[in-house]
Design a protein around this ligand. Structure first.
Ligand code: SAM
Length: 256
């Protein structure tokens, strides 16, 4: 590929520049379209590491047996199942997503797993329908980057979390080291869409993933954004040399 061809490929990546309701419609359709191969695609493009990354996030969330957890943007449910195992039958996990196709796959997996304390519902991250202060923990795995507007989501998460409850977020990030950053850019923009296509996925969805990552706050910027949104005790950890980040943020005890 020449430099011009690479630029054209990146410029042509769809969807990342949409905002608000347009972004949400685009994202919902995109995930409906890749719901069936999603788990396989995830294993391939994460080089088999995605389950480990969710396990790290569950551990960092400090979730305990008996807790109530909302998994917002639950997709095919893998993060929800991890939380369900952590809270046990005394707890509750609610998985929420806008994509009926992703929820359908999650429902099939739920029927095979013996976790009746996990329920799945269609809802938007900015209007979950959960009661005030219900959740001890809210998780979002690779979702925040996709929402139309993050500010109302932060308001909703702080409404749903009990005082002192924790928000745990895994999402794409960008390494701070320039060499790793360049390698990560090449992987995301050039290697990943090809891997995704060979694994049976829609190449444009993975071009969206690459470009939306370029325009999403990196680890330090997202930590600052969460603090500015009113969360306290914001901590974060880079994974895979900073190509992903896990953030944990606590709801303020002061204002509730
Ligand atoms: C990359 S998938 C991640 C799925 C799952 N959390 C995981 O760990 O594999 C992103 C999911 O977020 C959902 N999503 C995107 N925007 C959303 C929103 N505004 N409200 C609720 N779900 C949303 C998508 O439909 C999709 O299922």
């Amino acid at each position: 590929m020449t430099g011009d061809e690479v630029s054209a490929e990146v410029e042509a990546a769809p969807g990342w520049d949409l905002t608000g309701a347009d972004r949400e419609r685009y994202v919902e359709r995109m995930f409906d379209g890749i719901a069936k191969p999603y788990d396989r695609l995830n294993r391939v493009i994460s080089l088999g590491r995605d389950r480990r990354w969710r396990a790290v996030a569950v551990e960092m969330s400090g979730v305990r047996p008996g807790d109530n957890v909302a998994d917002v943007g639950c997709g095919t449910g893998d993060f929800s199942f991890d939380f369900a195992r952590a809270v046990g039958q005394e707890g509750r996990v609610v998985g929420l997503d806008v994509s009926p196709g992703m929820l359908e796959v999650a429902a099939v997996k739920r029927a095979e797993a013996d976790v009746p304390w996990l329920t799945l519902h269609r809802a938007n991250a900015s209007a979950t329908g959960l009661p005030d202060g219900w959740a001890d923990v809210v998780g979002m795995g690779w979702v925040l980057r996709n929402v139309g507007d993050r500010a109302p989501v932060y308001v909703e998460l702080q409404r749903v979390l009990r005082p002192g409850g924790r928000f745990v977020c895994i999402d794409m990030s960008r390494p701070s080291n320039p060499v790793s950053r360049a390698g990560n850019w090449v992987y995301r923009h050039l290697v990943m869409p090809i891997l995704a296509r060979f694994a049976g996925g829609d190449r444009s969805a993975y071009r969206y993933l690459a470009s939306s990552t370029d325009h999403f706050p990196d680890g330090p910027a997202l930590a600052a954004e969460l603090s500015a949104a009113g969360f306290t005790d914001v901590t974060w950890r880079p994974l895979m040399m900073g190509s992903l980040a896990v953030h944990v943020a606590t709801t303020s005890l002061r204002d509730q």
